[in-house]
Design a protein around this ligand. Structure first.
Ligand code: MF3
Ligand code: CO
Ligand code: CO
Length: 266
């Protein structure tokens, strides 16, 4: 499928879905405490999306080719889990880091965003990994404007991650988004400046770097979804949905509780 450029009216619909996705994270944040299970967080988010926001949780029963239907409404990836962690009945404990990834569908349009949460107080390494990954996301966002290339985004992210001694997961990437959850283009989180397609106003896509404290290699668990680091090192991820505008870009998944653009962050 080719890249679809969205009209201002369509971007307004994505803005609504995106803000709602961010607000799910704002809502669930106070519940991320030692002792809570990711299944409980899934239920809280599911009920909020369905009963309060009037949204459909996009992950529930999502089944791209080669995957079993995803069984839950959010992804919750703990410690060495990289992404697509399936919520379960294990309680979170002090020192865990967890990514909660929310994708809403509102009136047929998608909003996709994720944040890291630190449970109690975590190690200096865990906190630095979460912070550097947030900086990577915003350095990627800082590259987005008409005429920039996709490779500029990946290069900015890779450079900052590796400068800090971390590695970039290669197998999963950001993606175009709209009336489909995953559209063209693929937005790699590594690459070379000046390579790849040129960005144009009206493109909408996610940037969602997955950064490992150890090596970049990953494995998939037998559930067919959960991705872990092969060396069991910690992994972090942050995600926003972005629209390319005439002058730069707009982050569509900001909400009151979203952490602001960090420094350094483009
Ligand atoms: N939200 C993820 C992303 O950022 C995709 C999750 S697919 C699911 O692209 F089925 F696991 F939910
Ligand atoms: Co995404
Ligand atoms: Co996501």
């Amino acid at each position: 499928m080719p890249i679809t450029l969205k009209t201002p009216e369509e971007i307004e619909r994505l803005r609504v879905a995106g803000r709602l996705a961010g607000e799910v994270l704002d809502y669930v944040a106070p519940f991320v405490q030692p002792g809570v299970t990711t299944a409980e967080l899934d239920r809280l988010c599911h009920d909020y999306m369905v009963n309060v926001q009037g949204c459909i949780p996009a992950p529930l029963n999502y089944a791209p080719p080669g995957y079993p239907p995803y069984p839950k409404s959010i992804c919750a990836s703990v410690n060495h889990q990289v992404c697509h962690g399936v919520p379960n009945d294990r309680p979170l404990k002090k020192g865990d880091i967890v990514n909660l990834d929310i994708t809403t569908i509102k009136d047929g349009w998608h909003g996709d965003t994720s944040r890291m949460f630190v449970v109690g107080d975590a190690s200096i390494l865990a906190r630095r990994l979460c912070q550097v990954t947030l900086e990577c996301l915003w350095l990627g966002i800082g590259q987005v404007r008409p005429g920039a290339r996709l490779g500029d985004i990946g290069a900015a992210i890779q450079r900052h991650a590796e400068k800090n001694g971390f590695s970039v997961v290669r197998e999963f990437c950001g993606h175009g988004i709209g009336q489909h959850f995953h559209e063209e283009p693929q937005v790699l989180h590594y690459g070379k400046p000046g390579t790849g397609i040129a960005l144009e106003a009206g493109m909408t896509f996610t940037i969602e770097p997955m950064i490992n404290a150890g090596k970049a290699a990953i494995s998939e668990l037998p559930d067919g979804w959960t991705i872990v680091t092969r060396d069991r090192s910690l992994s972090a991820q942050w995600e926003h949905t972005i629209a390319v505008t005439e002058t730069g870009c707009e982050v569509l998944t900001l909400s009151a509780g979203a952490p602001p653009r960090p420094d350094p962050g483009g």
